[in-house]
Ligand binder design. Structure first.
Ligand SMILES: CC(C)(COP(=O)(O)OP(=O)(O)OC[C@H]1O[C@@H](n2cnc3c(N)ncnc32)[C@H](O)[C@@H]1OP(=O)(O)O)[C@@H](O)C(=O)NCCC(=O)NCCS
Length: 160
C-alpha cells in the first residue's frame, strides 16, 4: 500500500537514500540538506511516498522570490529507480502542489522535461516574462499558476 504524506524528520535519512539512488551525483541530496537549513524550507510542502514502511519517492517545494512576490520552486523530485514509471513521481508532485494551492500559494517554477511537467499544467515561463539563471534552458524552464486571481476593469469598460 502506498501512503503519500508530508515528510517527517525521521524520514531525512531515507529521503537522502532516495535522492542518491535517483540521481547520478550527490548534488541533489546536498541541495536538499542545504535547503533544510535555510529560510527557503517549507516542511509542509515536502512530500514523501511510503510503501510497506519505506520511503520510495520524494518531492519538494521551497520558497523563492519571483520579482517582489513569494513563489515556490519544485524539485528535486526523486523516485527509487526500480519503482519509477508507476505513478509515484506524479503522486508526490500532485500532493505537494495540492498542499501549496491550499496554502494560497500562487506560482511554482520548475526546471525539467516539459513532456513530464506539462502533465501537471506547467508551461514555459520565459514567454510569460519570468527569467532566472535557468531561462537559457528554453522550454524546460516552466511555471504553474496554482490559484486564480481576478482581473478587475475600471468603470468605463462596464458600459460596453
Ligand atoms: C522523473 C521522476 C521523478 C518521475 O517519476 P516516476 O514515478 O518515474 O514518473 P510517473 O510514474 O509519475 O510518470 C511516468 C510517466 O512520466 C514519464 N517520465 C518519467 N520521467 C520522465 C522524464 N525525465 N522526462 C519525460 N518523461 C518522463 C514516463 O515516460 C511516463 O510516461 P507515460 O505516463 O506517458 O508512460 C523519476 O523518474 C525520477 O526520479 N527520475 C530520476 C531523477 C530525476 O530526473 N528527477 C527529475 C528532475 S528533478
Amino acid at each position: 500500500m502506498t501512503e503519500v504524506r508530508a515528510e517527517r524528520e525521521e524520514d531525512f535519512d531515507a529521503v537522502r537514500q532516495v535522492l542518491l539512488a535517483a540521481f547520478e551525483t550527490d548534488g541533489e541530496a546536498r541541495l536538499v540538506e542545504a535547503l533544510r537549513l535555510s529560510h527557503a524550507w517549507l516542511p509542509d510542502l515536502c512530500v514523501v511516498a511510503e510503501e510497506n514502511g519505506a520511503v520510495v519517492a520524494f518531492a519538494l517545494l521551497s520558497r523563492i522570490m519571483i520579482g517582489g512576490d513569494a513563489g515556490l520552486a519544485l524539485g528535486p523530485v526523486a523516485v527509487l529507480p526500480d519503482l519509477q514509471k508507476r505513478g509515484l513521481g506524479g503522486a508526490v508532485i500532485r500532493e505537494s502542489l495540492r498542499r501549496a494551492a491550499a496554502a494560497g500559494e500562487r506560482l511554482v517554477l520548475v526546471l525539467g522535461d516539459p513532456a513530464y511537467y506539462g502533465r501537471f499544467g506547467f508551461v514555459p515561463a520565459a514567454p510569460l516574462g519570468i527569467t532566472s539563471e535557468w531561462s537559457s534552458f528554453g522550454d524546460a524552464w516552466q511555471v504553474l499558476a496554482l490559484n486564480t486571481v481576478e482581473a478587475r476593469y475600471p468603470a468605463p469598460w462596464h458600459g460596453l
